[in-house]
Design a binder for this molecule. Sequence first.
Ligand code: DOR
Length: 431
Amino acid sequence: MSRLLIRGGRLLDPAADRDEPGDLLCQDGLVEAVGPDLDARGAQVVDAEGAWITPGFVDLHAHLREPGQEYKEDIASGGRAAVAGGFTAVACMANTQPVNDDPATTDFILDRARQDSPAKVYPIAAATRGLEGVVMTEMSALVDAGAVAFSDDGRTIMDSGVMRRVLEYSRLVEVPVIVHCEDRTLVGQGVVNEGAMSTRLGLPGNPAIAETVHVARDVILAELTGAHLHVAHVSTVGGVASIRVARERGINVTAEVTPHHLTLSDEETVGYDTNTKVAPPLRSAQDVAACRAALVDGTIDAIATDHAPHATHEKDQEFTEAPCGMIGFETAAAVSLDLVRSGELSPLAWVARISTAPARILQCPGGSLAPGQPADVTLLDPERRWHYDPAKGYSKSRNSPWAGRDLVGSVVATIVDGTIVYHVDRGVLVP
Ligand code: DOR
């Protein structure tokens, strides 16, 4: 029998609308009790003085690169980076090599995760074979194998007929379809946001309309089919507007935004730092403001990292040649807490967006501190200042625009199924 008492923190549990001081007791991997002055007898005690006690963060959008690109990341290193960032569960995208478009690959990922990852891992299977946007995958076999959603993330399903069928079939298996909305014919060769910045840098522009067009199309197809559409990494005023209208009309649409699209504009690309190259690109200040407002008013449900590791030799190229993506697990909390510091989100609303909402969207356990739930818990010191050096982090890759910066807000400990898997002073502890 294992007992763990987290003592004397600020309990923040959006699922119970709870924001009050207290303790949390875990027993045999489950939450046993929450409240003031719980009995510590026989329990390992963790002091949470000055810290928030929250349900473990859930990341519904990450790239773990295994199988196939283990030089960038693997399930072991990604899982360690996840718990170091306070994530107790992560959903991994299908653009691995081979693509996760058959049950054997889904099985392999789950098997690896059980052996190697301190974070829970939920595979997202491809919506179309080879991410080619032509032939649908075998959805029910993939769901039976453990897939929690379908997505061709990294690519857009350009063919509206295929997209319609993907949505129709997803209803039968009752999981969401996660869409990467960038119309390839409008993106063209674009590598930075189209506008003053692309002109100034002399780089081809990727226009906001490339996203807006596809969010609008997919929302209309979601209305037609009744499927659960989840829009990945929303980045534009227009994307937000379509989602807002869809929600007002009762269409089954949810959405996420990344910490980088919430806090960085295309101004960041001024030095040609390839770590700012991401898909969709960093947008204008107006787009950033729209994403923030949408996260605050609930038009966008969740914060998701889009953790996308790439090796240094790949990022160390001309801006036009470098791959898109930045790592995000270990910086997500500190960066997105900017909205709490600014007063836009209450601490409880922030926890809802990084834990409760993503768990709800994926229909996976988590996002709640209710007794009987898995004891997946994050302790966070929102005031602690720290220096971010990706070389000292757990990801195999270092492609972060925050490298070398001081950040505020630090994970103190991450607990998965009642076991401490990360502590800020001791690092990752298991497996
Ligand atoms: O920047 C990105 N990188 N966006 C994506 O959608 C894919 C990802 C990757 O896999 O590197």
